[in-house]
Design a protein around this ligand. Structure first.
Ligand code: NAD
Length: 435
C-alpha cells in the first residue's frame, strides 16, 4: 500500500518506519525542513532504541522516503496518517491547530479517494472536525478513521511491531478491512484488532493514559502517607501488586510522572469532563496530585539543606522523563532543577542521551556533562530523577570520594536503603523513612 505519514516525531517516524519494514511504501512528511534534511541525511532527530537501523534499512531499500512537500505526497497514496503534535493549550484543552492545519493541507491537495487516519491523541469529536475541514476544501471522496497510538517512548519500535491491540474507529466496513490488512503483519500474534466507532476510539486513548496516570498518582499519594506515618511503600506496593485484581504494573512510586503524553492527556480529559459539567472529579485530582508530588520532592531537597542551597553544588543523574528516551518534555527533573536554580544552587547534570536537549533548554544555566561520575565532583548532593539502568548499581566508594557531602535524593527508589546507608550516605527516597 502507498502510505503518507504526516509528522516525523516519536509517533510518526516510528509508525512510518514500521509500516515500511512490513513492506509498504511510505512517505514521511514534516513541515520542519531541517528535520526532513536530517532524516534524508540518515540522522534521527531524537533517540529511540532500534529505530536508526530500521530507518536506514528501509530508506536504503527505497520503501521509506522523507519530504516536506505534503501536497505532493498526498497526491500519490491511499492512506494518510496524521501524527502531528497536540500539545496543551493555555486552558488545558488539546491544541488542535497542527491537526487542523494538516487536515486543511490534505483537503487542498486531494486529487482522488483517500483514507485519512488520525493517530494524534485528540479529544472526542476531533475526527468529525477533520472531516468537516477536508469536506469543505475538496469534492473528492474520502473516509476518516481514528486510530490512536499506544506506543511508549523507549520501547516504541517493539510496541508498534507487537502491539497489545490495535484500536480502529471508523464507520465503513470496507475501510475497516483495509486497516486490518495494513496492520495484519504486526498482529500475527493474534493480539486483537478492536474496531469501534470513531468517538469511542478517540476516548479509548485518553482512557488508557488517564487510567495509568491515576495509578501513579494514587501510588504517589500512598507513598506520601507512608512518609508521614512511618510506613514503607515497598511492602505496601508488593501487597497491592500481588492482588490479582490489581496486578503489579504502574505501581512504582516516584517524584511524579512527566513526558509529552500523561500530563497533557489528563488535563485534556479533565477539560472534556468540565465542558459537560462533570468537572471537579478524578482527572483534576490526578493532575493536582502529580503537581504536588513534584513540588514535594523538590521541597524535601531544600529542607535537607535547611533552605540554604545557594552556593551548593547539586549533581543530577538523569533528566529525561523516563529511561531509554531523550525526551525532556514536562520531565519532572526539569521541575526539580528549576526549583534548585531558583534557590541559587549550581546544578550539574548527566543523562545518557538527553544532554543535547538539556543544553538547548537551559543554555549556560546548568552544566551538562558527558560522563556519569563527572557530575559528582565536589557535589553537595545527588538527585536521581530518571531510572536509567546504569544508575542502578553504583560504585558507592567512588561516589563517596568525589562528593563533598554524601547525600542521595532518589526520585525513583533505585536502591535498598540499608545498602546505601551502610556506605555512609544519607538517603532520601519516596515513601520510605529518610535515612
Ligand atoms: N510521544 C509518544 O510517546 C506518543 C505516544 C502515543 C501517542 N502520542 C500522540 O501522538 C501525537 C504525536 O506525538 P509525537 O510525540 O510524535 O509529537 P512530536 O512533537 O514529536 O512530533 C510532531 C511532528 O509533527 C510535525 N508537524 C506538525 N504539523 C505539521 C504539518 N502540518 N505538516 C507536517 N508536519 C507537521 C512537527 O514538525 C513535528 O515534527 C500527539 O498527539 C501525541 O499525544 C504520542
Amino acid at each position: 500500500m502507498k502510505i503518507v505519514v504526516i509528522g516525523t516525531g516519536y509517533v510518526g517516524l516510528v509508525a512510518g518506519t514500521c509500516f515500511a519494514e512490513t513492506g509498504h511504501f511510505v512517505r514521511c512528511v514534516d513541515k520542519d525542513e531541517a528535520r526532513v534534511s536530517m532524516l534524508e541525511g540518515g540522522e534521527l532527530p531524537f533517540y529511540e532504541p532500534g529505530l536508526a537501523e530500521l530507518v536506514a534499512r528501509n530508506a536504503e531499500e527505497g520503501r521509506l522516503l522523507f519530504s516536506s512537500d505534503l501536497a505532493r505526497a498526498v497526491q500519490d497514496c491511499l492512506v494518510v496518517f496524521l501524527c502531528v503534535g497536540t500539545p496543551p493549550a493555555e486552558d488545558g484543552a488539546a491544541d488542535l491547530s497542527d491537526v487542523l492545519e494538516a487536515a486543511e493541507q490534505i483537503g487542498r491537495a486531494m486529487d482522488g479517494y483517500r483514507i485519512i487516519v488520525n493517530k494524534s491523541t485528540c479529544p472526542v469529536g476531533t475526527t468529525d472536525k477533520i472531516k468537516e475541514v477536508v469536506a469543505g476544501l475538496t469534492a473528492q471522496p474520502f473516509d476518516i478513521v481514528s486510530n490512536p497510538e499506544f506506543l511508549r517512548e523507549g520501547s516504541a519500535v517493539d510496541d508498534f511491531m507487537r502491539p497489545d491491540r490495535v484500536v480502529v474507529g471508523c464507520d465503513d466496513v470496507r475501510v475497516e478491512e483495509i486497516m486490518k490488512e495494513l496492520y495484519a503483519p504486526v498482529l500475527r500474534t493474534n493480539n486483537p484488532f478492536i474496531a469501534m466507532d470513531r468517538r469511542s476510539a478517540e476516548l479509548a486513548k485518553y482512557a488508557c493514559n488517564t487510567m495509568l496516570a491515576a495509578r501513579i498518582s494514587l501510588m504517589n499519594e500512598l507513598a506520601c502517607i507512608c512518609e508521614e506515618y512511618g510506613a514503607d511503600i515497598t511492602g505496601v506496593r508488593k501487597a497491592l501488586g500481588t492482588d490479582s485484581r490489581i496486578g503489579p504494573e504502574y505501581l512504582y512510586p516516584s517524584l511524579g510522572f512527566g513526558g509529552s503524553c500523561f500530563p497533557k492527556d489528563v488535563t485534556a480529559c479533565a477539560r472534556l469532563a468540565q465542558d459537560v459539567g462533570l468537572g471537579g472529579g478524578i482527572f483534576e485530582a490526578v493532575s493536582r496530585a502529580n503537581d504536588r508530588q513534584q513540588q514535594r520532592f523538590a521541597q524535601r531537597i531544600l529542607d535537607y539543606y535547611g533552605g540554604a542551597v545557594a552556593e551548593k553544588r547539586i549533581a543530577c543523574w538523569g533528566a529525561a522523563f523516563k529511561a531509554r528516551t531523550d525526551d525532556i518534555r514536562c520531565a519532572p527533573a526539569l521541575r526539580v532543577i528549576d526549583v534548585l536554580l531558583e534557590a541559587g544552587a549550581a546544578v550539574r547534570v548527566f543523562d545518557p542521551v538527553a544532554g543535547p536537549k538539556l543544553r538547548e533548554h537551559y543554555g549556560e544555566r546548568i552544566d551538562v556533562v558527558a560522563k556519569c561520575y563527572d557530575v559528582l565532583e565536589e557535589a553537595d548532593g545527588l538527585v536521581i530523577p530518571t531510572e536509567w539502568r546504569e544508575f542502578q548499581s553504583p560504585d558507592y566508594e567512588r561516589m563517596g570520594k568525589l562528593m563533598r557531602e554524601k547525600v542521595i535524593f532518589d526520585g525513583r527508589n533505585l536502591y535498598d536503603p540499608d545498602v546505601v546507608t551502610k556506605r555512609g550516605f544519607h538517603y532520601i527516597s519516596i515513601g520510605r523513612r529518610d535515612r
